[in-house]
Design a protein around this ligand. Structure first.
Ligand code: NAD
Length: 494
């Protein structure tokens, strides 16, 4: 490990990106590196510092040292700096979008118009929420109970590749707003925008050591970070198998952990629904090549409309254009990595071998090279089939039919996950009945992906532990304290 290797900057999509860690306000490199490739064309983008236990410990040292001053910084000043970070993100929307698309292959237009503006919004929202955070005092026989949200300490934040900067800042922003210091470990398949965030935060005046970014593999730097007994909170977004390791580390140190995990969410279409809307919502599940935790990948359609639904779905899906994600007219881009394509295809081929039928798709789009997977719809699948119960995390949907509301609810709830559910119906009474029975952290009725940062977000069952959003985020990232004060004059009576 050494400091200040000025050459360790890659140019990605015309943007200079530092490939080193960001620790205590300085760039720090590692002797080892790993290669980051672009899913657009499988071409190497950069050699990234590959941290390990030493870098994790150094980053926690820095975060610990910076904690007392940041925790003591007034809420107003913290909020001001978070807004300055948001300003920096907004100034660099084009650059951040271009780098994110090169790195993870999601659509450039989505990054520009939706995802990266939401990154700025994450900072603004939690800055503003911090200033309104409070609770009325309770009174107990003249004593006041005053609730406060005290910063917890060093937060270890571990994030995935499918929406790298959006998901990272959904944790970084509330953790910093709450007065904590942070060590962020982005995913090794999309490490670049986290490095740009470090630059932006420094320019915005965030003191050294308050935000640290370590790069490298999960099993190496990630595992070391979450095992460090000096870490006060662990927030993780990623897969269930990794979550088990992280929860184990958190258990060993008895550290609160927030887990936002995978899903196998249902999209229920009742015969009384607006079928055009249902088809539009269903085809929309191919967004980001299906690499969306919330995606409603199990289409559950009432038998009486299943044929018409399928015909309309196929017509609409056939019109989707799969191509380079930088092209304005592309609807579906590539899948993150060759290893992931093989995983996705493994699920599909095993399903086909056990009797499923591919209505559309069913394999990679070979005309575009190996990383583009064709949007796929599988029918003739059993409720307990692997393709129906396991998260594929690619552009692969299954379609099953039901005859009654009870059957629909049973199918919807029939996996070990519970992240989200989408319901399409024209009957408000039905909507009320069915949503009451669905096991999911988020339920959408006649809509999809509408998110409000004030609302709780998280998964039920194996889709997660805990909720974040609004005050729920501060509840997690803080030590919530109740201070009970005796009435005036207690000395005389006490
Ligand atoms: P992953 O679990 O493979 O990796 C996530 C992160 O964990 C990466 O940064 C990785 O380096 C790190 N990691 C791996 N092993 C580790 C260890 N032993 N200790 C510490 N860190 C470790 O997940 P992924 O493939 O990057 O992301 C896809 C998964 O994320 C899917 O299951 C998806 O559903 C889920 N996801 C969930 C949400 C949500 O909000 N619920 C959002 C996006 C993605």
């Amino acid at each position: 490990m050494s400091e200040r290797h000025e050459t360790e900057v890659a140019t990605v999509a015309g943007v200079a990106v530092d490939t080193r860690h960001w620790i205590d306000g300085k760039r720090v490199t590692s002797l080892a590196t790993f290669t980051d490739t672009s899913p657009i064309d499988d071409v190497p983008l950069a050699e990234i510092a590959r941290g390990g236990a030493a870098e994790a410990a150094l980053a926690v040292d820095a975060a610990r040292a910076a904690f007392p001053a940041w925790a003591a910084t007034s809420r107003e000043e913290r909020a001001r700096i978070l807004h300055a970070i948001a300003d920096g993100v907004e100034k660099r929307i084009e650059e951040l979008s271009a780098v994110e698309t090169a790195d993870n292959g999601a659509l450039l237009r989505s990054h520009r118009r939706g995802v990266i503006p939401r990154v700025a919004h994450n900072f603004r929202f939690f800055a503003d929420w911090l200033l309104t955070l409070g609770h009325d005092d309770f009174e107990t026989r003249g004593h006041t109970n005053h609730v406060s949200w005290d910063p917890a300490g060093v937060c270890a934040l571990i994030t995935p590749w499918n929406a790298p900067l959006m998901l990272a800042t959904w944790k970084v922003a509330p953790a910093l707003a709450a007065g904590n210091t942070v060590v962020l470990k982005p995913a090794e398949w999309s490490p670049l925008t986290a490095s740009l965030l470090a630059d932006i935060a420094a320019e915005a005046g965030l003191p050294a050591g308050v935000l640290n970014v370590v790069q490298g593999y999960g099993e190496e730097v990630g595992a070391a970070l979450v095992s460090d007994p000096r870490v006060a909170r662990i927030s993780f977004t990623g897969s269930v198998p990794t979550a088990r390791h992280i929860a184990g580390a958190a258990a060993a140190n008895l550290v609160p952990v927030s887990l936002e995990l995978g899903g196998k969410s249902p999209l229920l279409v009742f015969a009384d629904s607006d079928l055009e809307l249902a088809v539009e919502l269903a085809v929309g599940q191919y967004d980001n090549a299906g690499q969306v935790c919330l995606a409603g990948t199990r289409l559950l359609v009432e038998s009486s409309v299943a044929e018409e639904f399928t015909q309309r779905f196929v017509a609409k899906a056939a019109a989707l254009r799969q191509s380079d994600p930088r092209d304005e007219t592309t609807d579906i881009g590539p899948t993150i990595h060759a290893e992931h394509v093989a995983r996705v295809d493994g699920f599909v081929q095993r399903a086909l071998a056990s009797g499923a039928r591919a209505v559309i798709g069913g394999g990679p789009n070979t005309e575009l090279g190996g990383l583009y997977y064709r949007p796929t719809l599988l029918t003739d699948v059993a409720s307990d089939a692997e393709i129906v119960t396991e998260e594929v995390f690619g552009p692969v949907l299954t379609l099953q039919t039901f005859d009654t509301e009870e059957e629909a609810v049973a199918l919807a709830n029939g996996t070990r996950f519970g992240l989200a559910a989408t319901l399409v119906t024209g009957d408000q009474e039905r909507a009320r009945r069915v949503t009451g029975q669905l096991v999911a952290g988020t339920v959408w009725v006649n809509c999809f992906f509408v998110r409000d940062l004030r609302a709780p977000f998280g998964g039920s069952r194996q889709s997660g532990v805990g909720r974040e959003g609004g005050t729920w985020s501060f509840d997690f990232y803080c030590d919530v304290k109740n201070t009970v004060t005796a009435p005036r004059g207690w000395q005389h009576h006490g």
